[in-house]
Ligand binder design. Structure first.
Ligand code: ADP
Ligand code: MG
Length: 627
């Protein structure tokens, strides 16, 4: 048997094959043409979709335009104005460069391109009917370019069947629009769907653009990356801690030299940056821009893939995670009264399921009705706060357990319900004006500290806060190799599992570095001779037992360096003030002052918040004062 003779493929077929890769759906065509407008220095880009982009995607920009001679070339495969010689390939500064975007799109749609440059009196149009290209004709158009991509894949049933329902395709288009609009806040954008204005975004600062796209939570409660730049790497943007966000959105945008990327190395670096401050079922959220010398990165992996190849992966990884850690160690920029935060905090704790649906609705409503729609969290918030507080006595022990900072403290749940007395004190001598966390006025049910601040009041989860303080101190001591150890006056004998004896023997040195002195005295018996001085705890055996268990989880890996955070976290938990311990006012104030001095004091070691505030305004609102 013989194969047929080899023939060269016709141009139109080549383009369609390319289209199969580059333009999967209307959203990918939209991405190509929006990126072209940005490369053409447009300052205003208007996008109109019909039926989710399936019937049509139209774009108008005010960029530099295309001259008469170049009009047919624009639809030519491998014709581009963005690369002249091979060297250019290795320092790409534009979004496009392969010269195949328009050729591919034009081969699978009813396509029209019109453009006018400043030097000409009028513009020109060229059209393509599924790859059959027309003559260039004069056309009346303003400076810039207009592109229409109609009936994508309409006469190519094999591809058309891959298009999804209108709503799905619309969602993809909107996603692409948001992605591009977010990284170009200095460009004016408009998005219309079936005649309805979805977004109308002026040239604006990044934070305002973020608010317009994702809502006020994201412009009010952020951690800003502070001027981070080393070795030609520059990172800027915002990161978000879910504790301060009330919606169900997950905002995750990372741009490399202006190009949206979703890369595993980067995602991992971000995760590491958040480690220790994020509850495990929460996602990090971020809008980040990394600038890097184009020589140091290869974006030419695949036209539609958003992965990248870094030359120095390790240093990029470290740079990102350490920048994020630094940012998250600051206090959150909280530009509003805290009613959102408070509302979210309480709703999470007391009525997770009940209020969830409402929140989702107000969010999706918001983004679709921009700019008129606005979440009004105050009215809804007050209601739910009030009802939650009235319901407090009904909080059953299961729920209490859920919002306790630590599994260990189950007994607590019972006690919280039993003990109904807040201990008030009138010692209010501290000067609240200079103290961000105010001065303590009472301890509530042995669990919370109430503190009066200039603006109102703060409630602190004392165990969670103390745990964080101890953890941060331990981390510092370990980092400077200065863990101070304290010998026990009377060494403690403890019985442990045989298997843990082995763990102890394997990791003896590391345990010593952490400030423990342990010796094996029997088959299942150890002697505890010294512990870190920071950990003055009444339950030393339990501490050692938990720590050995923690070590046993990690096998023979580089335990300390790989799992430092978890290990120190376990240690910190033991020494933190127990619930139901009566603290004096000076003790409470000392805790508040330590919190102010501690990095990441806003979260407990499990990533939950350690305090929230209610301003006088919030309280007045709740009591409807002045209404
Ligand atoms: P690429 O973007 O990779 O160069 P395209 O097929 O997307 O390839 O575009 C081909 C060329 O057409 C571009 O290099 C550019 O010169 C021109 N072009 C496309 N869209 C526009 C636009 N909106 N404004 C000005 N020129 C454009
Ligand atoms: Mg292009």
């Amino acid at each position: 048997m013989q194969l047929p003779r080899i023939k060269k493929l016709p141009e139109i077929l080549i383009n369609r094959i390319a289209a199969g890769e580059v333009v999967e759906r209307p959203a990918s065509a939209l991405k190509e043409i929006m990126e072209n407008s940005i490369d053409a220095h447009a300052t205003k880009i208007v996008v109109e979709l019909l039926n989710g982009g399936i019937r049509g995607v139209k774009l108008i920009d005010n960029g530099v335009g295309i001259c008469y001679d170049d009009m047919p070339l624009a639809l030519d495969r491998h014709a581009t104005s963005k690369i002249v010689e091979e060297d250019d390939l290795y320092k790409i500064a534009t979004l496009g460069f392969r010269g195949e975007g328009l050729a591919s799109i034009a081969s699978v749609s009813n396509f029209k391109l019109s453009s006018k440059i400043a030097e000409d009196k009028h513009g020109y149009t060229i059209a393509s009917h599924f790859g059959v290209i027309s003559e260039v004709m004069p056309s009346a158009i303003n400076l810039g370019t207009q592109v229409e991509v109609n009936e994508l894949y309409h006469n190519i049933p094999a591809r058309k069947k891959f298009l999804k329902a209108e709503a799905t395709e619309y969602g993809h288009c909107k996603g692409i629009f948001e992605r591009i609009a977010l990284s170009n806040p200095n460009i004016e954008f408009e998005l219309k769907h079936n005649g309805k204005v979805i977004y109308s975004l002026p040239n604006q600062p990044l934070l305002e653009r973020i608010e317009a796209l994702f809502g006020q939570d994201y412009s009010h409660h952020y951690f800003e990356i502070l001027e981070m730049s080393i070795n030609g790497l520059n990172l800027s943007g915002y990161v978000y801690h879910p504790s301060y966000l009330s919606g169900t959105k997950t905002v995750q945008y990372f741009y490399l030299n202006g190009r949206y990327v979703r890369d595993r190395v980067i995602q991992n670096a971000i995760k590491q940056g958040f480690s220790g401050v994020l509850h495990h079922d929460h996602q990090p959220q971020y809008v980040l821009f990394l600038e890097i010398n184009p020589n140091e990165v290869d974006v030419n992996v695949h036209p539609t893939k958003s992965e990248v190849k870094f030359r120095e992966v390790g240093s990029v990884h470290n740079f990102i995670s350490s920048s994020l850690r630094k940012a998250l160690a600051q206090n959150v920029k909280d530009t509003t009264t805290s009613s959102n935060v408070l509302q979210q905090h309480l709703e999470n704790k007391f009525s997770r399921t009940e209020n969830f649906g409402n929140q989702t609705n107000s969010y999706s409503g918001k983004s679709d009705n921009y700019p008129s729609g606005n979440i009004n969290s105050t009215s809804g918030g007050n209601h739910s706060i009030a009802s939650n507080w009235n319901d407090r006595s009904n909080v059953n022990s299961k729920m209490v357990k859920q919002w306790l900072p630590n599994d260990e403290l189950t007994n607590f749940a019972r006690d919280v319900n039993l003990q109904h007395q807040a201990l008030f004190s009138d010692d209010k001598n501290e000067d609240t004006t200079v103290l961000p966390l105010g001065s303590a006025i009472a301890q509530l049910h042995g669990v919370y500290i109430l503190s009066q601040t200039v603006e109102g009041m703060i409630v602190v989860d004392m165990h969670a806060a103390h745990e964080r303080i101890v953890l941060e101190k331990l981390k510092k001591q370990v980092a400077t190799k200065s863990i101070s150890s304290q010998s026990l006056l009377i060494p403690i004998n403890a019985e442990i599992k045989e298997q843990l004896i082995e763990v102890l023997n394997t990791h003896r040195e590391e345990l010593e570095r952490l400030g423990f002195e342990l010796s094996v005295v029997g088959e299942k018996e150890i002697m505890i001779r010294a512990i870190p001085s920071l950990l003055d705890t009444g339950r030393i055996e339990k501490l050692v037992f938990d720590l050995l268990n923690e070590f046993s989880k990690y096998g023979n890996s580089n335990v300390i360096s790989d799992h430092l955070e978890e290990i120190l976290s376990t240690m910190a938990c033991h020494s933190a003030v127990r619930a139901n311990r009566q603290l004096s006012i000076p003790e409470m104030n000392a805790l508040l002052r330590e919190m102010e001095d501690t990095d990441r004091a806003n979260y407990c070691n499990h990533g939950r918040p350690t305090w929230f505030k209610m301003t006088m305004k919030d309280l007045d609102g709740m009591f409807m004062r002045g209404k």
